[in-house]
Design a binder for this molecule. Structure first.
Ligand code: GTP
Ligand code: MG
Length: 230
């Protein structure tokens, strides 16, 4: 049973709590009191990224961002992650150990766009990079490519800021296509790919990366006025 009522997503179904342990229930109740801060942080980060896209359009006549997706991690998924990682089942542990309660995906047109947006974001004084994993430079063995960055953003309701982490996954349209389908296939095959399928999926990711590089080359050629060499 889902913890949220479908009709009223913010209304919490207490009946659903019965399947959780005492510590998990306590954590869910405590988390729901502060969930709003994760939503506020996500909204602010969305605005920052959208404004940067707008700035790039006005300054360079180019929108680096194709689209943005965002979500707040459900209490079910928070409990699952804390259990999987073996962290203490407390609200302090959630605040210290879980950085992706507020999560965004920024899908860019070209690889260079990803690094341009990251460079602009890293210069902003109101957000700080807490953690960065570049799976484009070092792809995962599965073939997964993206840059994951956790930014700390300050939100104010009084004199003291509340600092909330927001995780952003940056990827190209091609990387997003691969990750979405691979995720779906992984789910359908109960997390168990055959060695052959693993090899193919890794190969398709490398093929798509080459397409990304080649499309970018054409884009650079068109926008810098270079002559065609063919
Ligand atoms: P989590 O506990 O899963 O959040 O792990 P993590 O944050 O330590 O690891 P990581 O940096 O790998 O980020 C995990 C997230 O990246 C997942 O929730 C997926 O969105 C994405 N991801 C990582 N590896 C893969 C992969 O092999 N395939 C797909 N489709 N997505 C992946
Ligand atoms: Mg994560």
């Amino acid at each position: 049973m889902s913890l949220y009522s479908k009709k009223e997503p913010q209304v919490y179904k207490l009946d659903a709590l019965k399947s959780y342990s005492e510590d998990e229930r306590k954590l869910i109740v405590e988390y729901l009191k502060i969930e709003k801060y994760y939503r506020y942080a996500l909204r602010e980060m969305n605005a920052i990224v959208e404004n940067l896209d707008d700035f790039c359009e006005n300054t360079f006549s180019h929108n680096p961002i194709h689209h943005i997706e965002s979500r707040i991690k459900t209490p079910e998924n928070i409990i699952e992650k804390i259990n999987r990682r073996g962290y203490p089942m407390t609200i302090d542990s959630l605040k210290t150990n879980i950085y992706d309660v507020s999560g965004m995906r920024v899908i860019c047109n070209y690889i260079n766009d990803i690094y341009q947006i990251i460079a602009l974001l890293s210069k902003q004084k109101d957000i700080k990079v807490r953690l960065k994993k570049d799976y484009i430079i070092s792809p995962k063995p599965s073939g997964y490519r993206s840059v994951h960055i956790v930014f700390d953003i300050s939100i104010y309701f009084g004199s003291e800021p509340i600092i909330i982490p927001v995780e952003i996954q940056f990827r190209t349209i091609a990387m997003d296509m691969w990750a979405s389908l691979e995720h779906e296939l992984r789910y359908k095959s109960n997390n168990e790919f055959t060695e052959y399928d693993k090899k193919c999926l890794k190969q398709y990711s490398d093929d798509l990366y080459e397409v990304d590089l080649n499309m970018q080359k054409i884009y650079i050629k068109k926008t810098t006025g270079d002559r065609d060499d063919d």
